[in-house]
Design a protein around this ligand. Structure first.
Ligand SMILES: NC(=[NH2+])NCCC[C@H](N)C(=O)O
Length: 411
């Protein structure tokens, strides 16, 4: 089996990457949480229990669960790149040189590799180090700001900084500075981890770009169709870039259809998977808030072509018929989040009621708190496995965001 094999959103989940929330979450304060993309501070011991419960569900249903920080640490050991990995992190964390850089480097290198990797995620507080500021960079450092290295509290949403597509992945340039370092970990894994050493996968797009794309916007609808959100986090240029790459490398990619779907740019709906996820061959959850009064939404479908752009584009506002055509199904069941109720829909969308993780066709993992959406899914014949969600949901992501599939069975 190649290192990556994901040709659907719903094929039986076999191998998946997660990150158990750690002390980075306890490094949030009201003063910095907004910038670090949190609306509240999760209670860590409960968040960890909830995360462990999610992992157990995945394992009991036949998935192998891998932890991103362990993979990173193994990759660093295999590549003997501890110092280089640290240096790159320091640079991107804004500590490229000077006395602070030197003190951080000495301190972090003295830790064993596992601990160093965790520490780069948790963040480094100023009171952990004793720095003699004998250079300008260090002298002008703001003494009231508590961190030398910011925490990465969104790290448990492993879906976003990297996303599998077919037998490859995108390693993403993240939109906000708060998350930019996150994709460095998977970049290192794909370069140095023994499980990726056969090179039997493609990097469709790496993190060295100026335009942004995030995995929450990347949906694998079938073995030849992708849907990608144009959103707060993903721009048209990046989508077109991925489409071209997939079309040109068609020998390896199989993908001949990319549907760009424009969703509102706001905090609650930062990615396509917060408002639209696939739960079965012909069934999706959809947040009614993305459709206008006439039930319309802007979509552009791209196919490969022998022209200067290398692709054709067709525009439509009829999401249902676009999806039906692309998937070759005669009927499509769009199941509204919160049963489409004026209050329940936005409330449950806020806690990721639309963010389902399919583990086989027709079986999804969802947060227990979104009980109206869950009941409706069941009513539509979907088997719903509920997972506990009081604290995890405070990070604004659900079961799909917290899981990055590496292998799914074909359907
Ligand atoms: N695929 C997703 N919807 N991910 C949710 C990410 C939440 C994270 N706090 C952020 O704002 O970036």
């Amino acid at each position: 089996m190649p290192a990556i094999h994901v040709f659907s959103e719903i094929g039986k989940l076999r191998r998946v990457i997660v990150h158990r929330p750690g002390r980075e979450v306890e490094n949030l304060t009201p003063a910095i949480m907004k910038r670090l993309l949190f609306d509240d501070i999760p209670y860590l011991p409960i968040a960890q229990k909830e995360h462990d419960a999610l992992v157990r569900i995945l394992q009991e249903n036949g998935a192998e669960v891998l932890y991103l920080e362990q993979l990173t640490s193994q990759a660093i050991a295999a590549g003997r790149i501890k110092s280089a990995f640290l240096e790159k992190n320091l640079q991107e964390a804004g500590q490229a040189s000077g006395a602070i850089h030197d003190a951080l480097k000495e301190y972090l290198l003295s830790l064993d590799t596992d601990r160093m990797v965790s520490k780069l995620i948790e963040g480094v507080r100023k009171n952990e180090l004793d720095v003699k500021a004998d250079d300008l960079v260090s002298a002008v450092d703001d003494p009231h700001y508590p961190f030398y290295i910011d925490p990465l509290p969104s790290m448990y949403f492993t879906r976003d900084p990297q996303a599998s597509i077919g037998e490859g992945l995108t390693i993403n340039r993240m939109t906000f500075a708060a998350r930019q370092r996150e994709s460095m970990f998977m970049e290192t894994v794909t370069k140095y981890h023994p499980s990726f050493a056969r090179g039997d996968f493609s990097v469709w797009r790496n993190r060295d770009h100026q335009t942004h794309i995030e995995g929450g916007d990347e949906l694998i609808l079938s073995d030849h169709v992708l849907a990608i959100g144009i959103s707060q986090r993903t721009c048209a240029a990046a989508i077109q870039d991925v489409a071209k790459k997939l079309f040109v490398d068609s020998g390896q990619s199989h993908f001949d259809t990319v549907i760009a779907i424009k969703i509102p740019e706001n905090r609650a709906m930062m990615h396509l998977d917060t408002v639209l996820t696939m739960v079965n061959f012909d069934q999706f959850t959809v947040h009614p808030g993305i459709l206008d009064a006439g039930g319309k939404i802007d979509t552009w479908t791209m196919h490969p072509a022998d022209n200067a752009q290398g692709l054709t584009i067709s525009y439509s506002q009829d999401l249902k018929s676009v999806l039906k055509n692309a998937l070759g199904v005669s009927e499509l069941d769009l199941i509204p989040t919160g049963a489409g109720d004026l209050i329940t829909a936005p409330r449950e969308q806020w806690t990721d009621g639309s963010n389902t993780l399919a583990i086989v066709p027709g079986v999804v993992v969802t947060y227990d708190r979104n009980y109206v959406s869950n009941a409706l899914l069941q009513h539509h014949g979907i088997k719903v496995i509920e997972t506990v969600s009081s604290e995890l949901s405070r990070g604004r992501g659900g079961p799909r965001c917290m899981t990055m599939p590496l292998i799914r069975d074909d359907i």
